[in-house]
Design a protein around this ligand. Structure first.
Ligand SMILES: Nc1ncnc2c1ncn2[C@@H]1O[C@H](COP(=O)(O)OP(=O)(O)OP(=O)(O)O)[C@@H](O)[C@H]1O
Ligand SMILES: [Mg+2]
Length: 423
């Protein structure tokens, strides 16, 4: 089929659903609803793995049947934009390689023989968002983008050609993406259409396995990532801190029992905290060393605590100053597991929240720990990412130390959406 013929058959009376059929895409019922919506701005706020990126990429492919059209896929970072771009590019290369005139994965560019073009763009490089008028625009994972990217850069690209946009994202707090979503729920805003949906609307998601796993998820994470709900951005993280958790005393090591220690090392103004947990998740020993202690003494204390508790493996914060300390402890014969807490804070804390919610941890009355658990908070950063920590000027070393020890009990955990046919 040459370019001329393609132009004729492709746009006059173009039938999108027949096109989907022809390229082998069978939308699930939720996706079908989205594809049939005719509003200029479509907002899709659904759980992870719902099929948002797939639906958006197929919509883009259909839009590219319009000769000489221009569209962008925008992600919060270039890597995220590339995910949808590649879906489009490989979608074409698989379904109709003969329609493809030029493409480059590294440049994030493709062109069909009818002159239609598609680019991948990154929201963290606003200068790259200037340019020509667009026929269509897909900001993916847009809850992670700053509002100004849409307000100051993208919106203007759609004016000239009266282009359409499809905003897709898993909800993240109640920022601008939430405001946009509300517009689509307002019957008077005919230009906007909003749709939500739980992860399991995608038939490949194993709903039964997911429900069975629910006790392993934090409520926040479940509501947001699975149900696709917009939840409040900040607030206390740990609940019922005294309740059932506060029980028992410190204990001397028992023969034949095994223990793990979590060690958060002092950075600037804070403390080194060592927390030892037994197999039942009880805090049997807790020590705090002020930063004036000096590293040689601190290392000796960590080593002796580990030795006392039957050679407890120490899960040590290896970020920053921790790195050489971990090496030194290893050289001293201390069983040590480095954990880069700076990068893994969210996972470490989420695992601790789940453990607390499910009554898997107990501790004696340790005022510093109780206070830090109480004030520990959750907030969203300007870019919509989750951030955990103590309010400014306060400490969270005891919380991190406990989270590191819990990592030693349960290992590294990852939440994922189970799909059918994969164990
Ligand atoms: N209609 C469909 N038919 C078959 N498989 C589908 C369909 N839609 C999506 N999938 C598959 O479901 C999985 C998740 O899809 P996709 O990546 O589009 O979801 P997402 O909502 O963008 O996920 P994430 O939240 O991870 O970005 C992928 O493996 C995709 O191939
Ligand atoms: Mg996606």
């Amino acid at each position: 089929m040459d370019g001329q013929v393609l132009q004729e058959v492709s746009w006059m009376g173009f039938d999108k659903l027949a096109f989907f059929d022809a390229i082998g895409y069978q939308p699930h019922p939720g996706q079908m609803k989205l594809h049939l919506a005719t509003a200029r701005y479509r907002i899709l706020a659904c759980g992870s793995r719902w099929g948002k990126s797939t639906a958006a990429s197929r919509e883009a492919m259909a839009a590219m049947m319009k000769p000489d059209s221009l569209g962008w896929v925008v992600g919060p970072t270039y890597d995220l934009a590339s995910i949808v771009f590649r879906e489009i590019m490989y979608g074409w290369l698989k379904a109709r390689p003969d329609f493809v005139e030029d493409y480059s994965e590294t440049r994030g560019y493709m062109r069909l023989i009818n002159g239609a073009e598609c680019y991948a763009k990154s929201a963290d490089n606003p200068a790259s968002l200037l340019g020509r008028g667009l026929d269509w625009l897909i900001p993916d994972e847009c809850a992670l983008m700053q509002e100004r990217v849409w307000q100051e850069f993208l919106q203007a690209r759609l004016i000239e050609k009266k282009g359409w946009a499809m905003f897709t994202s898993t909800p993240k707090g109640k920022g601008w993406f939430y405001q946009l979503f509300l517009r689509g729920k307002d019957a008077e805003q005919a230009d906007y259409y909003s749709q939500e949906g739980a992860t399991w609307e995608n038939p490949i998601v194993d709903k039964e396995a997911l429900l069975k796993n629910k006790p392993n998820w934090t409520k926040r994470y479940w509501d947001q990532e699975v149900l696709g709900h917009f939840i409040e951005e900040s607030g206390a993280v740990f609940r019922n801190i005294r309740g059932d958790h506060l029980s028992g005393d410190f204990q001397e090591p028992s023969k034949g029992h095994s223990y793990v220690a979590g060690v958060d090392l002092a950075k600037h103004q804070d403390w080194t905290v060592i927390t030892v947990l037994d197999e039942t998740g009880h805090v049997v020993c807790w020590e705090r060393l002020d930063q004036g202690t000096g590293w040689p003494t601190q290392k000796m204390r960590i080593a002796s605590t580990s030795a006392k508790y039957n050679g407890a493996t120490c899960y040590v914060d290896s970020s920053g100053v921790g790195d050489p300390i971990v090496d030194d402890l290893g050289a001293m014969g201390v069983p040590v597991m480095p954990v880069p807490t700076a990068q893994q804070k969210t996972q470490l804390i989420d695992a601790l929240v789940v453990a607390m919610d499910n009554n898997k941890i107990t501790y004696p009355e340790i005022p510093v720990l109780l206070n830090e658990l109480e004030i520990f908070e959750h907030e969203k950063t300007g870019t919509g990412r989750d951030k955990y920590g103590a309010p400014s000027g306060m400490h969270d070393d005891a919380v991190i130390s406990l989270a590191l020890a819990w990592r030693g009990v349960v290992g590294e955990q990852e939440w994922f959406i189970p799909t059918k046919g994969f164990g």
